[in-house]
Design a protein around this ligand. Structure first.
Ligand code: FAD
Length: 1002
C-alpha cells in the first residue's frame, strides 16, 4: 500500500485546558494576555488572577525605535512613569544556587540585578541537606550516573540532558570549591563521597547534613563581593514584561514589589534568568521554605512559556508531624522539619498508630523501599485509618548510635518533649520537590526570547518522572552555567530602551483601600490559601484518581472565583498588587498546572500514581507539555476554538500586540528550503510522476486537484509560511514552477530505505536534489533558480520514515520491524551526510508520527488488547517511538560527526498524539472519523463504511476543518495547522528552537 504517513514523534503534550473543558470555556486558566480594557465588572469575563497583569504586555503604540534601542546602558535608575525603573543587562530572579551561580558568571559581561523576594539566603537551596551528586570517584562513571538517573526517572528522562548534566557535574563541583565552598573530606584528604538511595556508587559531595547552606554561603559571599552585581532583597517579582516581535514573545524584564517600602520597581533588562525555585506551598505540608509558592512557573506560564511535567511532585515520606509531638510548636512551622531517610536506612521501622508495622505489606524492601513507594504506603495507611500521621521508630538502636548519627533530629524532637532514643517519631509525607517546570533547552533557553531558566523552576528533562536524590543542586549548577553563553549572545543582539518603561502600565499598591479593608482581604486570602492547600493534599496528593483530579479542578476553580469576587467586592482593582494576593494567584496557577498535567497522564509513572491507570504504559512515555496560550492564536482562523476555549481566548488573541523593532535581529534568514519526505509533505510530486490523485484531494484549498493527500495545506506549507517563503514547488512538477526559494522532493509512499511502496525513496530524492543543484549552478542567474550560495544557507527539512515502519508491518513481523530500525536510520544518516557534503548545514527533522493512531491502522487491527486508552494500536505506536528514540540519538551522533551542522529534532509524534487523544475537546469530531478522501491508489471502502468496535467511520465530509484525518491515513489541513502551531514555535523541539531559529546551535 502506498501509505505515506505523517512523520514525527516524541513528547506527550497534555494541553492544559481541562478547566475550560469542565467549565464550558468560561475560565481561562492562568494565561497571559495583552493590554485589555475591562468594561463592566471583570468577573463576568475575566478573572483577576488570570488577566490582571495583561496590562504588562507592551501595547502597539509603543513601537521601539531602532535608535532608542541601541543605546548602551549600565546600571541606572529613573523615575518617570509613575515609579522607579532600573536598567540592567541581566536580571536574575532568585537567589538560590541557580540564580547566584549564573549571576557570578554573567557579571563578567555586564551589569546584573539579583532580585529576591525575602532575605538573600532564603531559598530551598539553604535547606538542602544530603548533598550534590557528581562522578568524582575513579571507580564511578558518567554512564553509571546516567543509568541511575534514568532508572529513578522511570525512563522519562531526556537522555541528552542526562548525559550533559552527568558529564559536566564534576567540573561544576570543582568550580564551587574554587569559589570557597567547603565540603567534607575523608581521612585520606579527598572529598568524602556519601552514597544515597538509587545511586550505585558513592558520589554525594556534602558538608555534613547542611550542604545547601554551605553552597549558599559561598556563593552569596562571592556575589556580595562582585561590583557588577546589585542585590535587591525583599523584591517580589510580580510578572515578566514581554512584547511581541513577529511571532515571538520577547522578555524585556520584570516588575517587582519592594515588600519593605511597598513600592513597585520595574527592572528592564536585556536578558532575564528565572531561578525562582519550586512550588511546595501548593500543599499544606512541605519541606520548602515559605518563598516556594510557584511564582516562577506561574509568571512564565502567563508570559507564554511552555511548561512541562508538572504532575511529577516529589513527596518526602517522612517529615516531622507536629501534631504528634508531646509539646506542639507554639507557632505553625513555615516548612516541615525533615526526618532524613538515613533514619530508615539505619533500621527505623514504620508503624501505624495501632503499632502495626505496615511496610512489608507494600514492598519486599519494606522501610528501605524507594521514597515514592514509602510515601504511597504511608498515604494508604493514613487514609485507611483516618489518621494524620504514622510513627517512625528507631528506639531499638543503641542510644549513642542514634545521638551520634542524628543529633539534629534528636535535638529538634527533644525540644518538643520527644526523646527519639525511647519514643517513635510522628511522621507524615510532605511535598518536597517539583520535577516539572518551565521547559528548557540544553542551554536553559525557553520559547520566550531573552528568558532563560535554571534550577527547580526549570524542566530540563533531567529528572523525568522522579528525581534521583541529590541531582537537583547538580542540575541547578549545570544549567546556570550552560545558560551563560547564550545569554551573553542574546545580550549582544538586544538592547535596552530608556523610553520603554512607560509602555507597560504599572501595577499599583492598594493604599487607597485602607488598613481595615486590607486586613480583611489578607485574612480571607490566608483562609483561601489553606483551603487550596487542603484541596491539593486531598485530591492531588500521593495517590490520585480521575475523579479526584476532576473534583480538584472544579474546587480550585470555584475557590479562585469566590476569592476574586470577594476581592473585587472589597474594592480591589485589576492593577493592584500585594505580596499575599500575588502569591495566592501564583499558587492557584501552579496548582492548576499540576492538576491539568496529572489529568493528562493516563498511566502511573514515577511520582504520578493514579488508581484508574495503575500501570506504566509505553505509549505514554512522553513528557506532558502545557502550551502557551498564544499557540492558539492562529487556530482562530480555523474556527477550532469555538466552544472549546470560549470567547475569552479569542478576545485575548485578537488583542495580541506586535512590536516589530527587533524583527529579524535574531531570526535566521533562510533564503530557501528543501524538503525530503513522504505523502505527509508531498505537495504534488507523486501526481506529477504518476498521475493525479483523484478528487477530492487537494480541491478545497487550491480549487483544483493539487496532488496532495489532504484537503489543503500540509505542515511543510506552514513551515514555509512561518519562514516567510512562498509555498514550495514540487520538484517533479517542474514545468513552469519557481524554485527560487527551494524545492520539495517529497513524494507519496516514499520511505527511507529502497524497496517500499514507492520508487522515490530518500536516496532517489537526494540524487534529484544533487542534480537540481548541479543544474542550477550551470544555469546560474536564472531568475527562477536559487543562487549557489543560498544552498548552504537554506533549511533542509525531513518528514520521512513512517512508511518504512508501515511497510514493515504489512510485510513482515513486528520483531522484524524493530530490528530494521537501525538500518533504516543508518540510511537516513547517509542521506544527511550527502547533503552536508553538498553544503547543507541546517537540518529540521520531524520524528515519525503515531502510526497506530491512524484510522487505517485501527481498522485493520484485529486485536482489541492491542489498543491503548485512546483507541490507538499500541504495537505500531511503540515501534514509532522506538524509531524516534533511535532517530534522536542518530541526530546527536550526526551532530558530532558534522561539526558545522545544526539539527533540530522536532517532536511531531507528541503533537499528533495529543491532537488525537483530545480531538473532541479541541473542536474536532472523533479522531477515527475520516473524511473519505482517498489516497493514491488505495481506498478504504467508504461506500460500505468501515466499522470498528461497532462505530462507523469514513463519512463523506461536509466540514473537513473538524476532521483530524482526511482519508484514514493523512491529516486534514485543520489538523496540520494544529500540529504546526505546536511544533514551529519550538515547543516540541528538544532545545525549544523555533523554526525561525533553526540555524542556531551549530
Ligand atoms: C529540605 C530540603 C532538602 C533538600 N535536600 C537536597 C539535597 O540534599 N540535594 C539536592 O540536590 N537537592 C536537595 N533539595 C532540593 C534543592 O535544594 C533545590 O531543588 C534547589 O536548591 C533549588 O535551587 P534553585 O536555585 O532553583 O531555587 P531556590 O534555592 O529555591 O531559590 C529560589 C529563589 O527564588 C526566590 N524567589 C521565588 N519566587 C520569587 C519571586 N516571585 N520574586 C523574587 N524572588 C523569588 C526565592 O526567594 C529564592 O531566593 C532539598 C530541598 C529541600 C527543601
Amino acid at each position: 500500500m502506498a501509505a505515506s504517513v505523517a512523520t514525527g514523534s516524541s513528547n506527550l503534550h497534555s494541553g492544559f485546558n481541562t478547566s475550560r473543558r469542565l467549565q464550558g470555556g468560561r475560565q481561562l486558566a492562568c494565561t497571559n494576555s495583552p493590554a485589555l480594557s475591562f468594561n463592566g465588572w471583570l468577573h463576568k469575563d475575566l478573572s483577576w488572577s488570570q488577566v490582571a497583569f495583561k496590562v504588562l504586555e507592551m501595547p502597539k503604540k509603543c513601537n521601539l525605535s531602532q535608535s532608542a534601542v541601541t543605546r548602551r546602558l549600565s546600571v541606572s535608575s529613573c523615575i518617570g512613569d509613575g515609579g522607579s525603573t532600573k536598567y540592567f543587562d541581566f536580571a536574575v530572579i532568585g537567589s538560590g544556587v541557580a540564580g547566584l551561580r549564573y549571576a557570578l558568571e554573567v557579571a563578567k559581561h555586564g551589569t546584573v540585578a539579583v532580585i529576591t523576594k525575602a532575605e538573600l539566603h532564603e531559598s530551598n537551596t539553604n535547606y538542602a541537606q544530603g548533598g550534590v551528586s557528581a562522578v568524582l570517584c575513579p571507580k564511578d562513571s558518567v554512564e553509571s550516573h546516567m543509568q541511575d538517573t534514568i532508572v529513578a526517572g522511570a525512563y522519562l528522562c531526556d537522555e541528552e540532558t542526562v548525559r550533559v548534566v552527568c558529564t559536566e557535574g564534576p567540573e561544576r563541583i570543582r568550580e564551587l570549591i574554587a569559589m570557597g565552598a567547603m565540603f567534607d573530606h575523608g581521612e585520606d584528604g579527598n572529598l568524602h563521597l556519601a552514597r544515597e538511595g538509587g545511586h550505585s556508587h558513592r558520589r554525594i559531595v556534602h558538608a555534613a547534613d547542611m550542604t545547601g547552606r554551605e553552597i549558599e554561603r559561598a556563593l552569596l559571599q562571592a556575589v556580595i563581593n562582585d561590583p557588577n552585581i546589585s542585590v535587591f532583597q525583599h523584591h517580589f517579582a510580580i510578572d515578566l514584561l514581554t512584547s511581541q516581535d513577529g511571532p515571538d514573545t520577547v522578555c524585556r524584564g520584570v516588575d517587582t514589589l519592594n515588600t519593605e517600602t511597598q513600592e513597585v520597581v520595574r527592572f528592564l533588562s536585556r536578558v532575564t534568568l528565572l531561578a525562582s525555585g519550586g512550588a511546595g506551598h501548593i500543599y499544606p505540608c512541605t519541606t520548602n521554605p515559605l518563598v516556594a509558592t510557584g511564582d516562577g512557573m506561574a509568571m512564565a506560564h502567563r508570559a507564554q512559556a511552555v511548561i512541562s511535567n508538572m504532575e511529577f511532585v516529589q513527596f518526602h515520606p517522612t517529615a516531622l508531624a507536629d501534631e504528634g509531638l508531646p509539646i506542639k510548636p507554639k507557632k505553625a512551622r513555615e516548612n516541615a522539619f525533615l526526618i532524613s531517610e538515613a533514619v530508615r536506612g539505619d533500621g527505623g521501622i514504620l508503624y501505624n498508630l495501632s503499632m502495626e508495622r505496615f511496610m512489608p505489606k507494600y514492598d519486599e524492601r519494606a522501610e528501605l523501599a524507594p521514597r515514592d513507594v514509602v510515601a504511597r504506603a504511608i498515604d494508604d495507611q493514613l487514609k485507611k485509618h483516618n489518621d494524620t500521621y504514622v510513627l517512625l521508630d528507631i528506639s531499638h538502636t543503641p542510644r549513642e548510635k542514634i545521638l551520634s548519627h542524628f543529633p539534629n533530629i534528636a535535638a529538634e524532637c527533644l525540644q518538643h518533649g520527644l526523646d527519639i532514643t525511647r519514643q517513635p517519631i510522628p511522621v507524615v509525607p510532605a511535598a518536597h520537590y517539583m520535577c516539572g517546570g518551565v521547559r528548557a533547552g540544553l542551554e536553559g533557553e525557553t520559547n520566550v526570547r531573552g528568558l532563560y531558566v535554571a534550577g527547580e523552576v526549570a524542566c530540563t528533562g533531567l529528572h523525568g518522572a522522579n528525581r534521583l536524590a541529590s541531582n537537583s543542586l547538580l542540575e541547578a549548577l549545570v544549567f546556570a552555567r550552560r545558560a551563560v553563553q547564550p545569554s551573553i549572545d542574546h545580550k549582544k543582539s538586544s538592547s535596552l530602551d530608556l523610553s520603554a518603561s512607560s509602555c507597560w502600565a504599572r501595577p499599583v499598591v492598594p493604599n487607597a483601600l485602607g488598613t481595615d479593608t486590607m486586613d480583611t482581604i489578607l485574612g480571607k486570602t490566608e483562609e483561601v490559601r489553606r483551603e487550596l492547600q487542603s484541596i491539593m493534599w486531598r485530591y492531588v496528593g500521593i495517590v490520585r484518581s480521575t475523579t479526584m483530579l476532576k473534583t480538584a479542578l472544579e474546587r480550585v476553580d470555584e475557590l479562585e472565583t469566590q476569592w476574586e469576587k470577594f476581592l473585587f467586592e472589597q474594592g480591589w482593582k485589576q492593577t493592584m498588587v500585594a505580596l499575599e494576593a500575588c502569591e495566592m494567584r501564583n499558587l492557584f496557577c501552579s496548582a492548576k498546572l499540576v492538576v491539568g498535567s496529572a489529568m493528562a497522564r493516563q498511566e502511573s509513572r514515577g511520582l504520578h500514581y493514579t488508581i484508574d491507570f495503575p500501570h506504566v504504559q509505553e505509549s505514554m512515555r512522553l513528557p506532558t507539555v502545557i502550551f502557551p496560550s498564544a499557540a492558539v492564536n492562529e487556530m482562530d482562523s480555523m474556527k477550532l476554538l469555538v466552544g472549546v476555549f470560549g470567547t475569552l481566548v479569542l478576545k485575548m488573541v485578537t488583542d495580541v500586540t506586535l512590536v516589530g523593532s527587533h524583527a529579524d535581529v535574531r531570526n535566521c534568514k533562510f533564503p530557501a528550503m528543501y524538503n525530503f519526505g513522504d505523502s505527509n509533505s508531498d505537495t504534488g510530486g507523486i501526481s506529477a510522476a504518476l498521475g493525479e490523485i483523484p478528487p477530492p484531494n487537494g480541491e478545497t484549498f487550491f480549487g483544483h486537484p493539487s496532488g496532495r493527500s489532504c484537503d489543503g495545506r500540509l505542515i511543510i506549507d506552514f513551515i514555509a509560511e512561518r519562514l516567510k517563503l512562498p509555498y514550495l514547488s514540487a520538484y517533479l512538477d517542474s514545468v513552469g514552477t519557481d524554485f527560487r526559494h527551494g524545492a520539495n522532493f517529497a513524494t507519496g509512499g516514499s520511505s527511507i530505505r529502497p524497496g517500499g511502496y514507492s520508487p522515490f525513496h530518500l536516496g532517489v530524492q537526494i540524487s534529484q536534489f544533487k542534480q537540481f543543484k548541479a543544474r542550477t549552478n550551470r544555469l546560474r542567474n536564472q531568475r527562477h533558480l536559487p543562487r549557489e550560495v543560498e544552498f548552504s544557507k537554506a533549511l533542509y527539512t525531513f518528514e520521512i520514515g513512517q512508511n518504512d515502519l508501515a511497510y514493515g508491518f504489512q510485510h513482515s513481523s513486528e520483531e522484524d520491524v524493530w530490528k530494521s530500525i537501525p538500518d533504516i536510520l543508518n540510511q537516513f544518516a547517509e542521506a544527511v551526510k550527502q547533503l552536508y557534503k553538498e553544503g547543507a548545514k541546517f537540518f529540521w527533522v520531524h520524528n515519525t508520527g503515531p502510526l497506530g493512531c491512524l484510522p487505517y491502522s485501527v481498522i485493520y487491527n484485529s486485536d482489541p488488547n492491542n489498543l491503548d486508552g485512546n483507541g490507538c494500536v499500541k504495537s505500531r505506536n511503540n515501534a514509532a517511538q522506538e524509531f524516534n528514540r533511535q532517530l534522536e540519538r542518530k541526530l546527536s551522533q550526526l551532530k558530532e560527526q558534522l561539526p558545522r551542522s545544526s539539527f533540530t529534532y522536532v517532536d511531531v509524534y507528541s503533537a499528533k498524539y495529543r491532537l488525537i487523544s483530545t480531538a473532541e475537546n479541541q473542536g474536532f469530531v472523533h479522531p477515527m472519523e475520516f473524511c473519505c478522501g482517498s489516497y493514491y491508489g488505495y481506498h478504504i471502502d467508504c461506500g460500505k463504511k468501515a466499522v470498528v468496535n461497532g462505530t462507523v467511520y469514513g463519512n463523506p465530509c461536509t466540514d473537513p476543518s473538524r476532521h483530524v484525518s482526511w482519508d484514514g491515513v493523512h491529516y486534514s489541513e485543520a489538523a496540520n495547522l494544529w500540529v504546526a502551531n505546536r511544533i514551529l514555535n519550538g515547543s516540541l523541539s528538544r532545545r525549544a528552537v523555533s523554526v525561525q531559529e533553526a540555524c542556531k546551535h551549530i
